[in-house]
Design a protein around this ligand. Sequence first.
Ligand SMILES: [Zn+2]
Length: 200
Amino acid sequence: MSKEVLNSLLKEYEQKKIYAELEAEKRKEELYKRIPKLQQIENELNSFALLTTKNILSNQTVSLDELYKKIELLKQKKETILRENGISSKDLKPHYECSICKDTGYVSQENLDTKMCNCLKQKLLDVSFDKSNLSNLNKENFDTFNENLFSDEVDLAKFRFNISPRENIRNIKQKCREFIENFDLPGTKNLLFTGNTGLR
Ligand SMILES: [Zn+2]
């Protein structure tokens, strides 16, 4: 997988993330305009958060408990107002396409390492799938395979085969089916297609 593909996907992810967060911000703003009390609580929460940080930095641990209690109370107030208006706090959060990685493409593990999220892995697979023409599978598959396109006349001089092209393509189709059916068996060998440019 080329680096450019990953980079362009990551750019897409960044935009998706920014969009989801801006949209959530807008939703919140509109809600706060409608219910000013929520804005007031938010302001208080912000100033308490600042105060808490200041207290931690200056080691004034005594009043911290008091602050936490006030913050908790404000949060409860906020929850109540939201509930009364039929809104859950989830409704205020950004609507990411992938809630697992929050549209970053990566997730943190317990050992603090990051690993690629399944959604990004899937996107990478989709890109290689498209590039390999395999995405046409719903149109081009064994069921839609038309062997009548191949002549049923043996032409030894032209094809140097004592069977007709139709018989030949039927054999190839059979081999391909066997290959697919036995794909997971350890003894199964690869298939190699050779021919002129454009062979698929
Ligand atoms: Zn994800």
